[in-house]
Design a protein around this ligand. Structure first.
Ligand code: RTP
Ligand code: MG
Length: 155
């Protein structure tokens, strides 16, 4: 038993443009007992995508990642569960979609990812990232004071 934790998820433009897929991912989130604490649908200007992924600035995929992430709507979600950070990354599956489709076909990336860049979703990878990423999307959200009373569930 781990402790209750929050994590930060992003639905990327490849899935966020499709309400049927957003609905399917929501069902998967809730079936796996995550609470949706907050969600925000938005579009990133290129500069915001660059800022979010600045740690990858030297990687070969940075330009296409930034182009893709600012090419359409995205949804940022704060999810809560015991071991949320690790559990969310298990539920989404490995980054590389072509491999994941074979090794982890039931994960969110396995089901809905298109390519290594257009891989459906993001998941924060540490408590430190969660704090940074929550502040990035939800500056009004006080990570120290969050409680499950404010959550809402999608039917
Ligand atoms: P994320 O941060 O999005 O949850 O994904 P991750 O930890 O599994 O992957 P990371 O290595 O942090 O890479 C961040 C995002 O870069 C894109 N990417 N594209 N070969 C490629 O085209 C490539 N490799 C990585 C993916 O969108 C990945 O989620
Ligand atoms: Mg990462």
């Amino acid at each position: 038993m781990g402790r209750m934790q929050i994590t930060l998820a992003i639905l990327k433009p490849d899935v966020a443009v499709n309400p049927h897929i957003v609905y399917a991912i929501d069902k998967s989130i809730l079936r796996n007992k995550f609470l949706i604490i907050k969600r925000k649908r938005l579009r990133w200007p290129k500069a915001r995508a660059e800022q979010f992924y600045f740690q990858h600035a030297q990687r070969f995929f940075y330009r296409r990642l930034v182009e893709f992430m600012s090419s359409g709507p995205i949804e940022a979600l704060i999810l809560a569960k015991r071991n949320a950070i690790q559990d969310w990354r298990l539920l989404i599956g490995p980054t590389k979609v072509y491999k994941t489709q074979h090794t982890n076909p039931n994960t969110i990336r396995g089901q809905f990812g298109l390519t290594d860049t257009r891989n459906a979703v993001h998941g924060a990878d540490s408590e430190e990232s969660v704090h940074e990423e929550v502040a990035f999307f939800f500056p009004e959200f006080d990570v120290g004071k969050w409680n499950t009373k404010g959550h809402y569930l999608i039917p």
